[in-house]
Design a protein around this ligand. Structure first.
Ligand SMILES: Nc1nc2c(c(=O)[nH]1)N[C@H]1C(S)=C(S)[C@@H](COP(=O)(O)OP(=O)(O)OC[C@H]3O[C@@H](n4cnc5c(N)ncnc54)[C@H](O)[C@@H]3O)O[C@H]1N2
Ligand code: MOO
Ligand SMILES: [Mg+2]
Length: 418
């Protein structure tokens, strides 16, 4: 195996610089039109405008009676006003009669308010009276014009920009799309992502343990991370530490996938084959060392116009590398314009006395108490630890330097919550 100088001497760049090197190559992918009911979590590929007013007819906000407010002038407990109930409008029907002076129309919440009426009085504020075979209501207070009526366009006026291209479809977005009749929506295609776990020590999940070997957990973790990011994982079988074989498989994967991820083999070890692949291929390497822990040997390249993210083999480092670099790339490929990771400031609950020459991205847990936000490490902070990944809802950023951080310190954290 060839040993070049670059294997050992690498330039560590800041996380922000690494992200800045990635971003110019991020392109929104192809689009497709799918039905609304299967669009959860997808990203809109078009701006959506209101094609109607919302509501598009005057609606009652309460169960009650549509009336003319001027008819209630002077009404009091001592001198109630009597109005004749002329018809009932259930939801979904339209009134047959306008409301004229002295008349009222019984109406349900959400039903169309008849012409002539300018207020709806709640049923509880009226008394029903039957007289000479006719139904009346007695009203013993003055009612203001406009009460309990939703005017046309009250919520949204026709032509308003409702949703922007790149918006993720959440339940509220689905409600809006349904309201405005979008049975089909144009969305970005889900990026297809090939996953390769490298390492001759790796066993498949269903293989029995043997001395010196471990199961490929990163491959499955990455598949789930990809699903959570809206991508379609293609989980390949594990690759042994053989440069030729691995290179062939990875290059071939660019034909079937929009993006390729590998895990393992990026550090300075004798069998860290990704280093050799990056030296030999006809792609471009954007960086091969990041000033961060875990995941400092993370290497990213571009082959033609597709990314190869080569994440560390250590499970904690693989996870952090995905969150810092792959997730925002997948956002961009699905049309999101802001690729910045969401951060917040919190109070550290425990001392973190593990100094590092590089900034640390500690798998953390967020909690809330008395209106304050707290974070603490999810458990033992080691790159090789798998146990704590499942609990992490944030990455606590511990500045580089000799001190670590103390309980009570204000720290910045990246939110991993949706
Ligand atoms: N002399 C040095 N040694 C190391 C350095 C260094 O700078 N100088 N960096 C360390 C750091 S930091 C990290 S992180 C690791 C990165 O290692 P690699 O990315 O090359 O990964 P491997 O060597 O293949 O494996 C590391 C570790 O992770 C386990 N592993 C690998 N793949 C999987 C998988 N799919 N599922 C579960 N676990 C996996 C593997 O067995 C190793 O234990 O290098 C340090 N060394
Ligand atoms: O950068 Mo490594 O992931 O700390 O162990
Ligand atoms: Mg290694």
């Amino acid at each position: 195996m060839r040993r070049g100088r670059s294997r050992y001497q690498r330039e560590a760049i800041k996380v922000s610089e690494a992200q800045a090197r990635i971003h110019p190559y991020v392109r929104a992918g192809q689009t497709e039109t799918i039905s609304l009911h299967e669009s959860h979590g997808r990203y809109l590929a078009e701006d959506i405008y209101a094609n109607e007013h919302l509501p598009h007819f005057r609606r009652s906000g309460m169960d009650g009676f549509a009336i003319r407010s001027e008819d209630t002038q002077g009404a009091s407990r001592e001198q109630p006003v009597l109005l004749e109930v002329q018809e009932t409008v259930p939801c979904g029907s339209v009134p047959n009669l306008p409301v004229t002076s002295g008349k009222a129309t019984r109406i349900m919440t959400g039903a169309a308010v008849p012409d002539g009426a300018d207020a709806v009085i709640m049923i509880e504020m009226t008394t029903s009276i039957e007289k000479d075979g006719k139904n009346y209501i007695a009203i013993s207070r003055e009612i203001e014009a406009g009460q309990n009526i939703l005017p046309i366009g009250d919520e949204v006026t026709k032509g308003t920009l409702l949703l922007q291209k790149g918006q993720k479809i959440n339940p509220g977005v689905a409600a809006l799309l349904a309201t405005f009749g979008y049975a089909k929506v144009k969305v970005y295609q889900q990026p297809k992502v090939a996953i390769f776990a490298t390492g001759s020590e790796l066993l498949d999940v269903d293989e029995a343990l043997v001395p010196g070997r471990i199961r490929n957990s990163n491959g499955h973790m990455l598949a789930h991370l990809l699903l959570s990011a809206g991508a379609k994982p293609i989980l390949h079988t594990k690759l042994p530490d053989n440069v030729k074989q691995a290179k062939k498989a990875i290059i071939r994967a660019f034909d079937e996938a929009d993006l390729v991820i590998s895990t393992g083999g990026v550090s300075v070890g004798d069998y860290d084959i990704l280093v050799d692949i990056f030296e030999q291929w006809d792609g471009q390497m954007l960086f091969n060392k990041v000033a961060m822990r875990p995941g400092s040997p993370t290497t990213v390249g571009v082959y033609r116009d597709q990314f190869l993210f080569s994440l560390s083999g250590n499970p904690g480092a693989c996870f952090v590398g995905f969150e810092l670099f792959v997730r925002p790339t997948l956002w961009g490929m699905q049309g999101k314009s802001n690729l910045e990771l969401p951060t917040f400031t919190a109070t550290l609950l425990e001392d973190f006395s593990k100094p590092s020459p590089f900034e640390r991205y500690v798998r953390g847990v967020t909690s809330y108490q008395d209106g304050k936000v707290y974070v603490k490490p999810a458990g033992v902070e080691k790159s090789s630890v798998t146990l704590t990944i499942k609990d992490a809802d944030c990455l606590i950023i511990i500045p580089s330097g000799g001190r670590g951080a103390s309980a009570g310190d204000l720290v910045k954290a990246i939110s991993l919550k949706e």
